[in-house]
Design a protein. Structure first.
Length: 457
């Protein structure tokens, strides 16, 4: 009887272990909430002081504290770690505020992030500077980029689109007012188009003029034609569209200058240098221009095409240099974007503050996107595997970068969002000749609009 009981207990234990392993693999969020979270909290609380000491993050106590210890106890005065705040669990990890000791800086804690990860048994540890003297440890319990689930509360708004998930489980928000222009690179099937879909569907319900240049005969942007105010599907049409946008930019500058020319002695808040300082009744709607496969605008075969190319590149550079104040923003996409494309390519790339690099076919392509802002980010981009479409490295000219992954969004759902928001497209008379034709969709073919599922397998 005892042997039978022992075998049954052993079988039950093996089944429990097997079940835990399966849940950890198939449902990491559920595993973290039930098993990983309490285990990691226990490890952190039990080994906090010793771990900080091993990482070199302890300092000698103040004289007053040392005297108090000697007066009340006979134990040895030991270095003290940073003061730990309240541990806050989340659905993906833990957040722990730390008050740094005098002489410490956030870089000291960030340098020990890998040691802290192993000590507390979590997937990753990130350090965020909260305010002078205080940092926040963000412990991530599992690989959140394997199955992407966007946070329920994402900081959106006008010209702000939560488009992907960072590796620290926070939302990557594309903010056009903070980063006016962006370069998005990626090989075929790397997830570049998915990134573009999220941007367009995020901007579709907003009072923003959307303009597209897709020299692949419109195969990428044509499904969103219902929401686009203008669409060029070949270089000839692009050559006609760009001068119109330049003229629109110049008209907006004239409007800003007229507002600046008000009488002397007027309050400072009435003087502006961009459209956002204009009264809302006078402010023109912002314009976001998407350029898919930008290399097609640079490639030429004849002398005549070369002249057309030079004109288009000059107009693009003008829009990139001067468009921000006029409320014109560029989203430039392609597989490669380097000096070999021709005159003006490097100058245009230098104006694109934001950089997103998906999987690329060679190291040179990654360096084109990230090498001039963060060399280590280019190395990280080269390590992206083909089995993870949507994974990318995002950075900007400040030198900061992080890994992100875009959730899956089907083309049908993205097109449905644009159809539903078609009536919200602002009216810009100058772009009327370039408005794409949208054939009517039979009623029986239009199903209910499905909200995009924020999950990437």
């Amino acid at each position: 009887m005892t042997d039978v009981t022992t075998v049954a207990e052993l079988g039950g234990s093996l089944a429990a272990i097997g079940g835990a392993v399966y849940v950890r693999r198939a449902h990491p969020a559920a595993y973290w909430s039930t098993v990983g979270l309490p285990v990691s909290v226990a490890r952190l609380m039990a080994s906090y002081s010793s771990t900080m000491d091993a990482c070199g993050l302890t300092v000698e106590p103040s004289r007053l504290r040392a005297l108090a210890i000697r007066a009340t106890t006979r134990r040895e005065v030991r270095p003290v770690p940073p003061r730990r705040g309240l541990i806050r669990p989340t659905s993906t990890g833990l957040r722990v505020p730390l008050r740094l000791a005098p002489g410490q800086e956030p870089a000291d804690v960030a340098a020990s992030a890998e040691r802290l990860r192993h000590a507390w048994g979590v997937h990753a540890v990130y350090v965020r500077d909260v305010k002078p003297g205080v940092v926040e440890l963000r412990l991530v319990g599992f690989d959140v980029l394997r199955k992407v689930r966007m946070p329920r509360r994402a900081d959106g708004g006008l010209l702000r689109v939560p488009v992907a998930l960072r590796e620290d489980a926070t939302a990557f928000v594309r903010d056009y007012r903070a980063v006016p222009h962006e370069l998005v690179l990626g090989a075929t099937l790397s997830g570049k188009s998915m990134y573009l879909r999220h941007l367009i569907t995020g901007l579709a319900p907003q009072p923003v003029v959307l303009v597209g240049i897709d020299c692949k005969r419109g195969v990428e942007l044509a499904p969103f034609a219902a929401r686009l105010s203008a669409l060029a599907t070949d270089p000839d049409q692009a050559a006609e569209l760009l001068p119109v946008l330049v003229k629109e930019m110049e008209d907006r500058y004239d409007l800003i200058k007229a507002r600046q020319g008000i009488a002397p002695g007027a309050p400072d808040e009435l003087i502006t240098s961009d459209i956002w300082g204009l009264p809302e009744s006078e402010r023109p709607d912002p314009i976001v221009m998407f350029i898919d496969e930008v290399a097609e605008l640079f490639l030429v075969a004849t002398r005549k095409e070369e002249e057309r190319r030079d004109e288009m590149v000059t107009q693009l550079i003008r829009l990139a240099q001067l468009g921000r104040a006029a409320g014109i923003y560029l989203e430039v996409c392609g597989q490669r974007f380097g000096a070999e494309l021709g005159k003006g390519a490097t100058m245009l790339r230098a104006q694109l503050t934001g950089r997103v690099c998906h999987r690329v076919n060679d190291e040179a392509s990654a360096k084109m996107a990230l090498g001039d802002i963060a060399p280590e980010a280019a190395v990280a981009a080269c390590a992206i595997a083909a089995e993870r479409p949507g994974l990318a490295v995002a950075g900007d000219t400040s030198g900061g970068w992080s890994r992100i992954r875009t959730p899956y969004l089907s083309l049908a759902d993205a097109a449905a969002v644009c159809r539903e928001a078609a009536h919200l497209a602002p009216d810009l008379p100058a772009l009327t000749p370039f408005r794409p034709y949208v054939p009517p969709v039979p009623v029986e073919d239009v199903g209910p609009m499905t909200a995009p599922l924020p999950v990437t397998e």
